[in-house]
Structure formats: structure tokens, C-alpha cells
Design a protein around this ligand. Sequence first.
Ligand SMILES: [Zn+2]
Length: 404
Amino acid sequence: MSIDARRQLALDAIDVHADKLREVSQFIHDHPEIALEEMQSSAAAAAVLENIGFEVERGIAGLPTAFRATTGTDEGPHIAFLAEYDALPGVGHGCGHNLICLSALVAGVGARAALDGLPARITVFGTPAEEAVGGEVKMKNAGIFQGVDAAMGAHPGDAEAICPTVPGSGEALACQAVSIAFKGQAAHASADPYNGINALDAVVLTFNGINALRQHVKSDARMHGIILKGGEAPNVIPDYSEGLFYVRAGTRTYMYELVEKVRKIAEGASLMTGATLSFSFPEDATWDMITNYTLARALKANLESIGLALPEAKAEEGSGSTDWGNVSYVVPSVETGYPIVASRCTWHSQDVVDASESELGYGNTFLVGKAMALTAIDLIEQPEMLQAVKGEFATSVSARLAAQ
Ligand SMILES: [Zn+2]
């Protein structure tokens, strides 16, 4: 069968199933569920794939709302699509994850239809808890992505959304959450303060130390925090105080280096005050994103072939962080942006909630899902393309690990 015939099989299958796939996305939009509570959302997404013929395994990697829906053979390339579906507390689908899920469902259904006897595997991974916790980090740590040759996904954006095709685009910052708590000694703040050990002072000194460190970090570093506990009353020396910080950087290597500097600062604050430090990581770190540009260019060509033209990508420092970063160290990855609003727009807002069920939102999500399916066919049919993707992956991972 010609590659054009396979492409047509994919596009036709997507059109046949379009209504029920869109219904799943609308259902997720109408029932927003936050991180790790996506029971109905993950069930709806897994069920539609199962009904179409995927083998579905629910509750993988110890996450009740994660799933793997797979089809195909054990020989040949293994191409994956990542589906997120968690909502934001109090906002609903203000990040458009119901559409992220839809793009992966569309891609999976299209790619499955195109296989038609080709030795290859197509998997849609249901990846919960992107907005908090980091489901993909736990799935990666559980080895869920082993054997996957390439992973694609799409994140909705505004009119300036791009497909990251050039080096320096598609970046995200590595991020470690750090809990810094001090145990001191309570005393009357006026009657016998000399008997107290001020745990709040230790947190304040930690902030000051981090602020002094700021002069000596690279431009991609971000260190920001809040005080969670700072005492109960002004006339009592606080015997317990706790801060929560995020330490971010353009590479995980540099991020871990900064985390150790922050640890030294907290140890210094402990020495200065006499308060006992407890320094811990409440969540696994997310790593910087290693975008695979060979894969991104293949995807962009397919986006254009079906009529979704995006602005040219340009190199830009990462600003946010994503749990996909960790996956991108083990699987060649691209997450393309695409527009669901026609102008610029503040994210995590009601505007995005509305756009995530708009005709533009649904229309472009179907186009992006189709382009991901077509790219999977390219990778399966053209071994040299997959080799190029893997070659770039090997080089870029070692470069990142060496970089500071
Ligand atoms: Zn998001």
C-alpha cells in the first residue's frame, strides 16, 4: 500500500470517529477534575479507545487515573501520543487539557487505522496530574515509556503558538520543589527572648541568602518561594517555621547545582540561629524539555499539509516547567503548540476555559491530531526518518547532561 493510501486511511478513520471523540473531550471539559482525581475523564478517554479496538490497561505506574491504550505488533517502531486531562483547581479547563486529550485520541485512532498490517505499535498514554504532582514523572520512573521510539503531543495556545522546529525553541525549565523547615525554641518574645530560638528568623535568613545568590546565577535560573508557617503570635518566639521554594534552571544539571547551593544557605541559616533544619523535596523534580527538532520538523510539515500554518519558531528561553521534560530524556519527544484563540490571551483563565470548547479550539485540535497521526505513519514507513530522530536524541541528551 502506498504511503498516500495509508495517510488517507488515517484521515478517513478520524472523520468516521470524529463525533464520539469530540464528545469525550466535551465531557472532560464539562466535568473538570484536578490532578489525580481524573476518574471520569480518564475512564471516558480509555473507553473510547477500547471500543475502537485498542487494548487498554488502567491504573498503570501506581496512578489510578493513568492508562495505556495500545495496538499493533511487538516488532517495528513504537510511536506514542500523550494525553493529559487534568483541570485547574477553581478554574476548570483553563489550560485546555481536554483538547490535549482529544489531540492524542485523534492521533491514536488515525495511526491505528493506517497500520493495516504494518509491523508497528501505536500507544496512547493517559498521563494524569500535569498541573500538580507530575504524572509523567512517575510513569517515566516506573519505566512505562521503555521501548517507545518517539512521543508526540500538542498543547493549545494563543495566536502566537508555534511548533518548536529550531534549536532553542520548545524549551522548559527543570524545576525542583524544596521544603525548608526549621525547629526552634518558643519563648516569651518580650519577657525572656534570650531563652528562644527563632525559627522564623532562619526562614527569613534563607530568603536573604537566596536573594544574595541571585546575583551569581545564570539568566535561566529562577528561585522563588513562600512562607507557609511563620509563627502564631508576635509575642511568642516562633518555634517552627517553614518555607516552600521552587528552584528552576534551563538544564537539570544546573538546577541540581543550585538546589545544593540553596541547601548550603539553609544550613547557614540554621547555624546562625541555632534552629534545626529539615530540608526535603515534597515532589520529584521535573526536568528541562529536550525537544526533538527532527521530529518537530516532520510534524510541522504535516501540519502544513493539512492546512494548519503556524508562525515560525524561534529560540527562546523556557519560562514554565512540564513533567514531559523527564520523558524527553528517555524518549524522543515533541509537544507542538497550536492556537485555540485568534488573539493573544492570558493562560489559566476563563478565556481559555471558553476557547477549550470553541469551534476554533475543536477544529484546530482535530487538525493537530491528524498531523500527529500522519507523522507516525512517516516514522513507521521511513526508517531513515526514525533513525534521524534517534540520532538527534542521542546527541542532544548527552549534550544536556554535560551542560551546566
Ligand atoms: Zn497545560
